[in-house]
Design a protein around this ligand. Structure first.
Ligand code: BGC
Length: 335
């Protein structure tokens, strides 16, 4: 199918690629078309395509499988074990900062028109959906115990209030979790959104004293800082899980780490640390359901997560000059 791009979100991965820290051009090329947080409209479909129609609002997945490992062969390229996958706009395949793209229907999901204002968030939301499922899979070891109902809602700590962190807060809140979000800012729109979603917000710039230790069932990291990854471990409660989604620089981490005591706690408290990357199509489908659920529970709160929409001509400002703590911006390609 041929899809006309409407808008694309700009994220930390795009900025890391521009800074030369990440990413890879397609084989035999020295340039890469960026962009993976996409939203478009179907323009034309091939003869054998029956489930998509011109005019459908659509979002395409990012990763394309290696075609050889069992995960990629069963539509779970997010778990690719050969490492020979490509990612559109990130590694080895052109992305969506373009007027149009051509794709097979297996890599595309339809979004209902009433979600058009937030659908550009579906790709980052798919990453959150997968990460939270990884966490829930670990936590499923310990529940339920008939006759012993939990004392209260499960507790989550979300580190980082960029799009991934905020979408994680929303996903956890609609499922009844007690959520605390930490970042290094005060009174930002992100902090206001956390409050509107019914979570608590803590600014940890001056120190982590306000963050309870040993208290959280699930900790979701969305900062990409190795120092913060380590800092989060002691916040885990017994049998808890820390899910890492940020990609720290390979030489990251400056704080001396009490490795023995951290690992000792992991063992003695049955704790787990799980890394989670990318998302297959099923998480995009789950994301559509959750965007609808956010609307039902919180009205247009999530709409404000895309704080800025600028014409594509302004790409360099959105990719290069971004103050820390700035909310999500999107590049507009067509009306
Ligand atoms: C994208 C994922 C991708 C990951 C690693 C993230 O920004 O959302 O789809 O797998 O980067 O390349």
């Amino acid at each position: 199918m041929l899809v006309r791009i409407r808008e694309c979100g700009v994220c930390g991965t795009d900025r890391d690629i521009v800074a030369g820290k990440y990413g890879r051009a397609p084989d035999g090329r020295t340039d890469l078309i960026l962009g993976h947080e996409n939203l478009g409209v179907v323009e034309r479909t091939g003869e054998s395509v029956s489930e998509f129609h011109p005019g459908d609002l659509v979002v395409a997945t990012v990763r394309r499988g290696c075609g050889i490992c069992r995960f990629c062969l069963s539509a779970r390229s997010d778990f690719c074990s050969s490492g020979r996958f490509t990612e559109r706009g990130i590694g080895g395949a052109d992305g969506y900062f373009a007027d149009e793209y051509v794709e097979r229907p297996d890599y595309v999901v339809v979004v209902p028109p009433e979600l058009s204002a937030v659908a550009v968030l579906l790709e980052p939301l798919s990453v959150v959906e997968k990460a939270l499922e990884e966490g829930r899979l670990v936590l499923s070891r310990r529940e339920p115990t008939p006759g012993y109902p939990p004392a209260g809602p499960p507790k989550a700590l979300v580190a980082g209030t960029g799009a991934i962190g905020l979408l994680a807060v929303a996903c956890l809140r609609i499922r009844g979790w007690d959520v605390t979000a930490v970042d290094r800012h005060d009174a930002t729109p992100a902090a206001a959104l956390v409050a509107r979603l019914g979570g608590s917000h803590l600014n940890v710039t001056a120190g982590w004293e306000g963050v309870p230790l040993g208290a959280f069932d699930l900790v979701l990291e969305a900062t990409g800082s190795a120092d913060i990854d380590v800092r989060l471990l002691p916040t885990l409660g017994p049998n808890g899980v820390l899910v890492l989604t940020g990609i720290p620089p390979a030489d990251g981490g400056t704080v001396p780490v009490p490795l023995g005591s951290l690992l000792r706690d992991l063992v003695l408290k049955n704790q787990a640390v799980v890394g989670s990357v990318n998302a297959n199509r099923t998480y995009f489908e789950q994301g559509v359901q959750d965007l609808l659920a956010f609307r039902r529970s919180y009205g247009d709160a999530i709409d404000h997560l895309v704080a800025e929409r600028r014409p594509v001509e302004e790409f360099s400002r959105l990719l290069l000059d971004r103050p820390s703590g700035a909310p999500k911006s999107a590049l507009v390609f067509s009306a």
